[in-house]
Structure formats: C-alpha cells, structure tokens
Design a protein around this ligand. Sequence first.
Ligand SMILES: [Zn+2]
Length: 125
Amino acid sequence: MTIFRSKIYRKKSKGKTPKAKAWAAASRYGRLRDAIEYCKAHNIDLRQFSRLEDIIVKCCTCEKVLPWLRMDCGHWIGRGLGGSSGVYFDERNWDAQCKTCNGFGSEQQKKHEQFIREKTRTESN
Ligand SMILES: [Zn+2]
C-alpha cells in the first residue's frame, strides 16, 4: 500500500516531464477556451459562475455538459508514434471532451473529426 501510494505521488508531482507539465497548462487553456465559447454561443452569462472552474462546456463528441474542470481536453489526432504526428500542441487539434468519450478511441475520433469540420465551417463563414 505504501509503495502504491508513493507511486501515485510521484506521478502527480515530481515525476512530471516538462512535456506533461506543458500539456497540463495547454489542456487547461483549451477547456477554458471552449467553455467560454460555449457560454457565449448559448447566451450564458459568465458572471453567474462564482469560480472560473465552474464554467460549463459541452463535450465535443456527446451531449454531456459539465464544468470544464471535470472534462478532458481531447485530441482529434493522437500524438503518433514518438510524437510523430506533430500536432499534439496544436490548439486546433483539441476540444473539451468528457472523460468517457476521451477514453473511447477510434469511434469518437470520427465524431471529433466531424465536430472540427463543422466548427471550422462556421468560423470561415
Ligand atoms: Zn462525451
């Protein structure tokens, strides 16, 4: 039990690689960005949320609406072998996604692609 605990501790703090730290910040930014956009699109007054962490956002691949803090920031294109995809830190490649969908894999990836296609279409109009 003690070993188990110390492993978790290391994973959560000291053992973080610079890349993991950078992703933690990027993911925070991505989810908050989408939460603010979601509220704007639905005329939700941001002042009603007492904390930044409470702002809600909709999952990009299902209908779930949750505070962004409880969401993941899901990648459309994965990191690839050894980071070969090159878009891991590209903000166009991520959207707020619930933990369930983010854990699903390829089926959700298709839905995510559709979501991005629709999003970029409305932006270019
Ligand atoms: Zn979802």
